[in-house]
Design a protein around this ligand. Structure first.
Ligand SMILES: *Cc1c(COP(=O)(O)O)cnc(C)c1O
Length: 361
């Protein structure tokens, strides 16, 4: 097999060890003569896998007991609808910080279901993209919730502050940053993540829901999106995405073996520092995000001459560096360096970039 480093933004690469294990038990899981994909979700073997995945995720993120951990269908965008349908009435306000294309998508979806309002937007500071923390006084205490996305996968924008929202529950889309660093779950009302960046295969989403916020869904809420119903049924109201759930479980186990989210945070910081340093010390590459708001997971960069984009992509791919094309709305390049990307992958990319600059810069 060709040895590559895959910088895809999502679905993204999964840990090599996890893929090898899944392959080894693909057709003969637990010596049963079947695949995990081919057994009932209500059988004791699968229930064991499902429970262990939840236990490991709870341990990794130190999820307090007053939170449900739900394994759901519908990916990240499914939650764009599930959140308003569970947490708000049609005449209530939801507040939104729009920091890039995913949080914009979330407010557009929320508009269908409640009185969604934008309280923070993308700004410019020193000529660079910047996201400011909203003032506590701008947060309407009557609002049903405040939604934000602290790592914008497309734009490569991130921030590490949490809004001071008073009694208004914080709802965070952590699709591209969950499990990449420690977080204090007790500060949030709902945390959700589509799985395909840092957890497992696409289609699955994980929602961590404070218990008092579940069980209040509107009567029209699709049952499969009803947090209360999902919690009551251990996320098995209908057939869950079993294979994805199993694979997520393998990823959680791998994360524990790696030393958990603290160890991941150190490794992720190292990778991001290597890449941003390479960009910042070059005359040829640039990143237009303010240093305080740079993502450690998704690193967009532009070439001095965009006529060279196609050459860069062709040559990087030939060198085994895959999926570096930036999102069509941003252009240029983007390297996504989630948990599964080894430091060696980033070092190889940096060496390639330097050589490319020498040749064409
Ligand atoms: C990928 C992504 C989504 C969308 O996930 P889907 O599973 O495609 O619906 C939402 N939010 C963020 C931050 C993402 O990175």
């Amino acid at each position: 097999m060709k040895n590559v480093f895959n910088f895809s933004a999502g679905p993204a690469m999964l840990p090599a060890e996890v893929m090898a294990q899944a392959q080894s038990e693909f057709v003969n899981w637990q010596n049963s003569g079947t695949s995990v994909m081919e057994v009932s979700h209500r059988g004791s073997n699968f229930i064991e896998v499902a429970k262990q995945a939840e236990t490991d995720l709870r341990e990794l993120l130190a999820v307090p007991d007053d939170y449900h951990v739900l394994f759901m269908h519908g990916g990240g965008r499914g939650q764009f609808a599930a959140v308003p349908l569970n947490l708000s009435r049609a005449d209530e306000k939801s507040l939104h910080i729009v920091s890039g294309s995913w949080s914009k998508g979330a407010v557009e979806e929320a508009h269908k279901y409640n009185n969604a309002q934008v309280i923070g937007d993308v700004a410019v500071k020193d000529g660079l993209t910047y996201i400011a923390c909203p003032d506590a006084s701008d947060i309407d205490q009557q609002a049903a919730y405040l939604h934000f996305c602290p790592n914008e996968t497309v734009d490569g924008v991130a921030y590490d502050w949490l809004p001071e929202s008073g009694r208004v529950p914080l709802v965070a889309d952590l699709s591209s940053t969950i499990l990449s660093q420690p977080l204090d779950v007790s500060r949030y009302g709902v945390i959700y993540a589509g799985a395909q960046k840092n957890i497992g295969p696409s289609g699955l989403s994980v929602a961590i829901v404070r218990k008092d916020l579940a069980g209040k869904a509107r009567s029209v809420t699709p049952s499969i999106f009803d947090y209360g119903l999902l919690a009551e049924s251990d996320s098995m109201y209908n057939t869950p995405p079993t294979f994805s759930w199993y694979l997520a479980g393998l990823v959680f186990k791998w994360l524990k073996e790696q030393g958990g989210v603290e160890a991941m945070a150190a490794k992720n910081a190292e990778k991001a520092a290597l890449l941003y340093q390479a960009i910042d010390t070059s005359e040829f590459y640039r990143n237009t995000i303010h240093p305080d708001c740079r993502s450690k997971m998704n690193v967009p960069f532009q070439l001095a001459d965009d006529n060279l984009d196609a050459v860069f992509l062709r040559e990087s791919e030939a060198a085994g560096l895959m999926a570096l094309k930036g999102h069509r709305s941003v252009g240029g390049m983007r390297a996504s360096i989630y948990n599964a990307m080894p430091v060696e992958g980033v070092k190889t990319l940096v060496a390639f970039m330097s050589e490319f600059e020498r040749k064409y810069g």
